[in-house]
Design a binder for this molecule. Structure first.
Ligand SMILES: [Zn+2]
Length: 754
């Protein structure tokens, strides 16, 4: 016994005491350990008035019931603390919440200026409180001006914000405030599916939006104690009133149209007096215009009228019972279009305050409430009816969802919001004169013969084109490029084209990351290690992209041609030389030393004719324009290039066109040369199919249409069976190099990566 727990004590009391001490210590250590493992989330709930408290209270209870996860601070401000509005902060005390801070933030006056001053006062007082409480997260409800001050303070102090009821549309200044708060908030708990969609279209991060439903619905949709409600009705409206035989009226000023809303208020009171039913009327809220409304009410002696009971505040639970069993609700309060729907209570909604809100079929809108008769008639239509209950605003499980959402918040994740901007399609921007400008690119094409510059708009239309012979040496060539670009830039303004950048397509090997031409074929001389990006970018202060002409042709097909939407395809350009581009998974393949897709130098024989690259048997040496010209010249020298009516050799400069023409006229030798060229090209293309297995081959350049059929036949007879299904088409783009150069600008200008 003495050795129990290793204690050597004689006195059993002392032993007991020591045991307890050790147990306590172990318990404390365990708790400390737990606390270190999981920090409780410090949540601050800020409430400004009875309406927002009715939404916040259920969440506060939810938070309070999870003491292991949350610490709760309650900040009270706004009209809660004003006597005229019922000193509603007492509700919070009655609900047994400790109020951490009370801030008097209302500047009296009830006009627009007073609202602004109230926001200012709240902004002066809130930082101290937030500094002291240091919450991890502030929960802010709705669209009131006080809430805007809260959200502004929290956001500027890097405190996370959960905004309730964002994304809704009502139709007043509240909309602007609500959306502004959503923009400042880091998390959203919204009520309806449409609100969720609005938040997403406002570029809020979908993963931070919770479609919770309205928290006040949780209680509404839970089973009611039916015996109590009659007592509640009687306590507010007298013993002789029956359920479904009284009216609840609640009309607030519309701050964007105060005079009109005061007029509607007077008309509503007149209509209610003539309708002659027991009516419970609540004082309007503190918005600008409320003082005048109360004045109108007094002038019509509503407070002393036997049918009326005018009150400043009713506890939310009782208010809900009163709405639930009313014969009709009238006014413009959000309760009418939201909560009343859950019971199917008929509602007459006056004016524009709730215009944009989603409602159930229980709401009859009198938007243009300009006469006593209209309102009276609406009351006649609605009074005493029952409608099916609507669950647009929630299914009664908002609070458990919100608590779970709060538990999932990871404070280690960055506080910085990311906005999810949608891609803007073929954007058109306007300049100061409201002239439509087309987003455009300056495209430069450096070929063996010509230097061309074009303005290309985002739809792929060449708006204007400039052509000059390509100078043979470096200096004049650079000067000409800059001069032509400058002219095009000047013309672009009058053509309503906004130039986003410059794209250059050039013969040769290019490092597109640095915008440098590494080397070139003999066709463009003095074109080695040329930095094209720096001088053009310096001259025009625009981003510049440079790529090889074959790659540009592939880019042109991807954006404007047959390659649109095709994930893997290959372009083969048969012009003076042969080039190409490979699109794999929608991107160009450049290779490790930027000589990927040099398709012209695919070799199809071990010896064969000499190629411009210094090797032999390349498809360029068989099937390019230069190769055909070479064969044509040979035939002409041997007097074999004779067609009908031609007996001697031609004296004009011989080109590939002569050979093609002769073949068309039946010249057997010419046909044989073309067949050999087509076969070489076709075999080369089959090699590509067996290497990359693209789904499409696009032939472009002047000779494409001549080669299309023979290439198809060759694939059908000589390619591996699975590769035979590859489609072969001839490009229908007139300017692949220019369009490709432009597409670099149009596709990448918004990415800002070179
Ligand atoms: Zn070659």
């Amino acid at each position: 016994m003495e050795k129990h727990h290793g204690f050597l004590c004689k006195n059993p009391h002392e032993l007991y005491y020591k045991m307890m001490q050790s147990k306590e210590k172990m318990k404390r250590e365990k708790m400390d350990h737990l606390n270190q493992c999981k920090k409780r989330l410090r949540v601050c709930v800020a409430t400004c008035n009875r309406a927002d408290y009715s939404k916040l209270a259920p969440i506060m209870f939810g938070i309070k019931s999870h003491p292991d996860d949350f610490e709760l601070d309650v900040v009270v401000l706004g009209s809660h603390l004003i006597d005229d509005y019922g000193n509603t902060f007492r509700m919070i005390e009655q609900d047994d919440f400790d109020i951490s801070s009370k801030l008097h933030t209302i500047v009296r006056g009830e006009d627009e200026a007073a609202m602004v001053e109230s926001v200012g006062l709240a902004l002066v007082k809130l930082p101290d409180v937030l500094q002291r409480l240091r919450p991890d997260l502030v929960i802010i409800h709705g669209d009131r001006f006080d809430a805007l001050a809260l959200a502004t303070s929290a956001a500027l102090m890097n405190i996370r914000i959960l905004h309730l009821e964002g994304g809704e549309v009502s139709g007043t200044i509240d909309d602007s405030i609500r959306h502004a708060i959503s923009k400042l908030a880091h998390y959203h708990a919204c009520c309806t599916r449409r609100a969720e969609q609005h938040l997403i279209s406002m570029c809020e991060d979908h993963s931070r939006i919770l479609l919770a439903g309205c928290p006040s619905y949780d209680k509404l949709l839970s089973p009611h104690n039916s015996e109590v409600y009659l007592d509640i009705i009687k306590s507010w409206l007298g013993d002789d009133v029956k359920d479904h035989d009284y009216i609840v009226a609640l009309q607030h000023p519309v701050t964007t149209d105060i005079q009109h809303s005061i007029k509607i208020y007077g008309l509503m009171l007149d209509a209610l007096v003539s309708f002659n039913k027991k009516t419970l009327i609540l004082f309007p809220n503190i918005d600008a215009g409320s003082k005048e409304m109360v004045r109108v009410m007094r002038k019509k002696s509503i407070e002393t009228h036997p049918n009326f009971r005018a009150v400043k505040h009713i506890p939310f639970e009782q208010f809900i019972q009163l709405v639930c069993h009313a014969g009709c609700m009238i006014g413009n309060s959000s309760c009418g279009v939201r909560e009343a729907g859950a019971f199917g209570t008929p509602v007459v909604n006056l004016g524009t305050r709730q215009t944009g809100r989603e409602t159930g079929e229980n709401v009859l809108h009198v938007r243009d409430a300009d006469s006593h008769n209209k309102i009276y008639h609406a009351l006649q239509l609605q009074f005493g009816k029952r409608y099916p209950c609507s669950k647009i605003y929630g299914d009664g499980n908002a609070v458990p969802r919100i608590v779970k959402f709060l538990q999932s918040i990871d404070l280690n994740k960055p506080l910085q919001k990311t906005f999810c901007f949608p891609l803007v399609k073929d954007s058109i921007s306007q300049d100061i004169d409201h002239i439509l400008e087309k987003q455009s690119a300056l495209a430069v094409d450096l070929g063996g013969t010509n230097l061309r510059v074009a303005i290309v708009c985002s739809q792929g239309i060449v708006v204007k084109k400039y052509t000059q012979p390509n100078p043979k040496t470096f200096e004049p060539r650079m000067q000409l490029i800059l001069k032509m670009c400058e002219n095009a830039m000047q013309d672009a303004v009058s053509l309503n084209c906004r130039i986003l950048g410059v794209g250059v397509s050039t013969g040769g090997r290019v490092n597109p990351e640095e915008g440098v031409v590494l080397d070139s074929t003999k066709l463009i001389r003095e074109w080695t290690s040329v930095d094209l990006r720096t001088p053009i970018s310096d001259a025009f202060h625009l981003p510049v992209w440079v790529d090889n002409d074959g790659n540009c042709a592939a880019l042109a097909e991807r954006k404007f041609g047959h390659g649109k939407g095709v994930e893997n395809f290959v372009t083969v350009i048969t012009g003076t030389g042969i080039g190409g581009g490979i699109i794999q998974h929608n991107e160009l393949i450049h290779g490790s030393t930027f000589c990927g897709a040099e398709l012209g130098h695919i070799m199809v024989s071990l010896d064969g004719p000499e190629c411009s690259c210094g090797s032999q048997g390349c498809i360029e040496a068989y099937a390019s324009g230069l190769a055909l010209q070479r064969e044509a010249k040979k035939m002409n020298d041997d007097e074999l290039l004779k067609g009908e009516g031609l007996t001697t050799k031609l004296s004009e400069p011989i080109t590939a066109a002569h050979l093609i023409n002769a073949a068309r006229l039946g010249n057997a030798k010419a046909v044989a040369v073309l067949n050999k060229a087509s076969t070489a090209l076709g075999v080369g293309i089959i090699n590509i199919l067996h290497t990359l297995n693209p789904s499409l081959v696009i032939l472009s350049g002047v000779l494409a249409s001549i080669y299309e059929e023979p290439v198809k036949h060759l694939i059908a007879s000589r390619a591996l069976l699975p590769a035979q299904s590859t489609k072969v088409v001839t490009s229908d783009l007139e300017e692949p190099a220019l369009l490709g150069a432009a597409s670099m600008v149009l596709d990448y200008a918004t990415r800002r990566t070179y």
